[in-house]
Design a protein around this ligand. Structure first.
Ligand SMILES: NC(=O)c1ccc[n+]([C@@H]2O[C@H](COP(=O)([O-])OP(=O)(O)OC[C@H]3O[C@@H](n4cnc5c(N)ncnc54)[C@H](O)[C@@H]3O)[C@@H](O)[C@H]2O)c1
Length: 457
């Protein structure tokens, strides 16, 4: 099939590469000229495991090409056009859909043959309908009403595992009532669900709502366990034991119940804000999701509060090492990352920061040019180099390489052996045996246990 994908970010690029891999002919468009130049050379502007291999082989195979404009025949012959542009948070928390609307306007003028236009971006209920109206209005002026069919097909991939998620989806949600659009979309996705059909057809509005509901539920699980972690703290109970205890119940499951320093990324925070804004527009409140958002905001301050608990209110002049900067392992994405909340608090507090991340350091550098220039924020190439003279280490993102570090080397490099485990990666007893003071999220250390026992006596 002839496909055009508009937007070469985390979603658009993966979509384009995966459809090309299945033998389709894909043209991928992005208004960012730099991105397009990189892609034309087979280099990926985003970090996603495995993407460059597929990128190169499909470019070489002639199934994938890139352009910075829709003008040079990018839409010629396209049967399906995906819109995968960003929908960031606006100032008021609403989803800013201006990129989608701008693409829709461009398509209205440039798409001359009948096509299925697919909204892949996460967008408020009614957005696909607005795109349809924009296309219809233009077509009406040419007396070609009903030329294009707009479908909502939200994406559920996870950064860091995006190719696998796209190639082996749990489900594919397609919002359309149109028979022909259903057939084409089924044909397009059939290679991804060969062993059993996981394509769910529904209305456009239900598809848009499904995406928000899925993210809201996952964010709720995370905030729930973080709230339980704070509760566990009060009773000197290890939330890790509780996590395993509840996760074993199949109705609950082990996914997304890890206590930590909060969720970040390009989806959960902005999507929760968007839902709350949509609710407000309908004079509704969503108390559960308000609490999810509030708990997450508080959770992101956990590392800084824990540092102050251990080292005192005044952190000026102290050196804090951060391991992990991306919002989760496996990606270079730092949008709304908990590491940024910590960095910003430490900069204000006058602390020195030494940070290491295997992939995301350059993105962080671009965010804080002043602090990098003054040397208050140092991005270090090696995790152990970052520990030289540190007063504390904070593990913020649980990259695999941090799972079994050389504790005795770490201990010898640090000025003060304080380890704040923002992702509960380590066994407290083991780390304490190595000579560290260990603080986890919702995990008792010796002191709180003593305090709790005293309270009981
Ligand atoms: N990142 C994820 O994990 C993920 C997962 C599921 C859904 N989503 C949703 O998918 C959408 C895209 O997310 P993303 O993370 O890929 O965004 P992104 O910011 O990484 O990529 C968007 C791309 O669109 C390009 N763009 C913007 N306007 C354009 C225009 N008029 N013409 C051509 N290109 C244009 C930008 O230059 C950018 O490269 C969002 O709605 C997001 O919520 C994201």
């Amino acid at each position: 099939m002839q496909i055009c994908v508009i937007g070469c970010g985390y979603v658009g690029l993966v979509t384009a590469v995966c459809f090309a891999e299945m033998g389709n002919s894909v043209t991928c468009i992005d208004s960012n000229v730099e991105r397009i130049s990189m892609l034309q050379e087979g280099r990926s502007p985003i970090f996603e495991p495995g993407i460059e291999v597929l990128l190169s082989s499909n470019i070489r195979g002639g199934r994938l090409c890139f352009s910075a404009t829709l003008d040079d025949g990018a839409l010629r012959g396209a049967e399906v056009v995906f819109i995968a542009v960003g929908t960031p948070s606006a100032e008021d928390g609403s989803a800013d859909i201006s990129q989608i609307l701008s693409v829709a306007n461009e398509l209205a003028h440039k798409l001359t043959q009948p096509a299925i236009v697919v909204c892949k971006s996460t967008a408020p209920v009614g957005t696909a309908c607005r795109v349809q109206n924009i296309l219809d209005q233009h077509c009406a002026s040419l007396q070609r009403i009903g030329l294009h069919r707009v479908v909502s097909n939200p994406e559920f991939l996870k950064e860091g595992a995006a190719l696998n998620d796209f190639m082996r989806p749990d489900r594919i949600v397609i919002g359309t009532d149109d028979n022909q659009a259903q057939q084409v979309m089924h044909q397009l996705y059939e290679p991804f669900v060969r062993n059993h059909d996981r394509i769910l057809f529904m209305s456009r509005r239900a598809a848009e709502m499904t995406k928000y509901a899925a993210n809201a539920f996952l964010a709720t699980k995370i905030s729930f366990i973080n709230e339980m972690a704070a509760f566990c703290d009060e009773f000197a109970v290890d939330v890790e034991q509780v996590r395993k205890g509840i996760g074993a119940d199949q109705r609950i499951g082990h996914h997304f119940i890890y206590a930590g320093c909060g969720y970040g990324g390009s989806c959960f925070p902005k999507d929760i804000r968007a839902i709350l804004h949509m609710a407000g527009e309908h004079n509704r409140r969503m108390p559960i999701l308000e609490a999810v958002e509030a708990r997450n905001q508080e959770q992101k301050t956990w590392p800084f509060r824990a540092l102050q608990d251990q080292l005192g209110e005044d952190l000026s002049g102290l050196t804090v090492t951060i391991w992990g900067l991306s919002f989760k392992p496996g990606t270079d994405d730092i949008r709304d990352a908990p590491s940024r909340t910590l960095i910003e608090s430490l900069l204000i507090a006058g602390a020195q920061i030494k940070a290491f991340d295997p992939i995301a350091a350059d993105n962080i550098k671009r965010c804080y040019p002043h602090a990098v220039k003054t040397g208050q924020l140092q991005l270090v190439d090696e995790p152990y180099d970052a520990l030289q003279g540190a007063d504390a280490l904070v593990l913020v993102t649980e990259w695999k390489q941090f799972r079994q570090p050389n504790f005795s080397l770490m201990r010898s490099l640090m000025r003060n052996p304080l380890l704040l485990d923002g992702r509960n990666q380590y066994e407290p007893a083991l780390v304490e045996r190595e000579g560290f003071v260990y603080v986890g999220v919702g995990r008792p250390s010796t002191q709180p246990v003593a305090a709790a026992l005293r309270a009981v006596v």
